[in-house]
Write a protein that binds this ligand. Structure first.
Ligand code: ADP
Ligand code: DP6
Ligand code: CO
Length: 344
């Protein structure tokens, strides 16, 4: 008798995160193990997030994925590593409503289809790889009924894109570089939740939505190979700065927070210039305002002390860079800190 065909689907939504102490450089390219700890803030999914639907059906004859409506190849090691790690943790699934029963051992033979959308520019320095891989791993784990907690899932998301491990938590998040050779202790932990520093306002000034010329992966590989400043930064600067940043966040000390975030953004871009060939992520419109951090792209992430300061800052920004003017600054996004939402 012919088996009745079914489809099981799960949808998840994951926000992006912006680092205030940057991850730049790997000590292991395959496992994605970093040369230093990093700290980030997770944004509100209403503004910058990935929505991913994963589906499984006995009628699927291979794993396939569509990113922003276009099919992409899953042959890259990063997608394969994430799929393999979640499959290895898959458990029995029983969906009585739909009459679906999947035994643990069935997952080896079943294939998945993935459809993912970013509601913000992909590969433009706004951490699409972070939201993207965190969402993929989270959605697959739900689909396959994996029992791992978010920290354990963060170590899998890390193998898709390093920064992704920090998007499994809301609020301020630390990625511990870890010591273990297998990467088992290189995972994310929440420092404080999204309510802790309610006053803080994040404004993202989108200077360019274009795809950057040097991907983060290639850029940091070149930096590791050629920049002496990177070695100094990882060993001497970041360990101390991470501790100071943790204190500043715990105490809601905006003065220290601003000084440390700006200093770290500056040093990260100095490392990029110290790389051979040099990497330029900022363009002429990227500029200084209150506390800022620039990721691997030209777009400014600005931190205002509170709503009043944010309003004043926005007034100045709109005066200097009115929307639709000749200035190369197309939009502003007000990002609140947020928690992870499961839309599935
Ligand atoms: P960004 O600054 O946007 O993170 P990266 O160069 O680090 O830029 O990463 C961009 C890459 O991340 C894309 O080329 C794609 O391979 C991957 N990516 C982006 N969005 C998603 C997504 N929603 N799901 C899976 N992978 C994604
Ligand atoms: C500048 O996580 O995108 O945004 O691990 O190679 O995928 P891969 O790189 P990715 O690098 C992010 C670099 C950064 C700083 C940060 O997010 O910490
Ligand atoms: Co990225």
């Amino acid at each position: 008798m012919e088996e009745k065909t079914w489809v099981r689907m799960v949808t998840a939504q994951t926000p992006t995160n912006i680092a205030v102490i940057k991850y730049w450089g790997k000590r292991d390219e395959t496992l994605i193990l970093p040369v230093n700890d990093s700290i980030s803030v997770t944004l509100d999914p209403a503004h910058l997030c990935t929505t991913t639907t994963v589906a499984v059906s006995p009628s699927f004859d291979q794993d396939r994925m569509w990113l922003n409506g276009k099919e992409i190849s899953l042959s890259g090691g990063r997608y394969q590593n994430c799929l393999r790690e979640i499959r290895a943790r898959a458990c029995d699934v029983q969906d009585e409503e739909k009459g679906i029963k999947i035994a643990k051992k069935d997952w080896e033979k079943l294939h998945v289809h993935v459809a993912s959308y970013n509601n913000f520019p992909t590969a433009a320095g706004l951490a699409s790889s972070a939201a993207g891989f965190a969402c993929l791993v989270f959605a697959l784990a739900k689909l396959m009924n994996a029992k791992e907690d978010n920290s354990e899932l963060s170590a899998i998301a890390r193998q898709g894109s390093g920064s992704a491990c920090r998007s499994l938590f809301g609020g301020f998040v630390k990625w511990n570089m870890g010591k273990a050779e297998d990467g088992s202790d290189s995972l994310a932990v929440q420092l404080v939740d999204e309510k802790h520093w309610d006053e803080l306002v994040i404004i993202i000034a989108v200077v360019s939505s274009r795809q950057k010329e040097t991907s983060s992966t290639t850029g940091m590989r070149d930096s590791v190979e050629t920049s002496l400043l990177l070695q100094h930064r990882a060993k001497e600067v970041v360990p101390k700065r991470t501790k100071q940043m943790e204190e500043a966040i715990k105490n809601r000390d905006f003065g220290s927070f601003a000084q440390l975030a700006c200093a770290d953004s500056n040093q990260f871009h100095a490392v990029c210039l110290d790389t051979c060939p040099p990497i330029f992520y900022m363009n002429d419109t990227s500029h200084r305002q209150v506390a800022y951090t620039f990721d691997a792209g030209p777009n400014a992430v600005l931190f205002a002390h509170n709503r009043k300061a944010a309003t004043q800052l926005l007034q100045k920004l709109l005066f200097c860079f009115p929307p639709n003017s000749d200035a190369d600054l197309n939009s502003y996004v007000i990002g609140d800190k947020s928690i992870l939402k499961d839309a599935g």
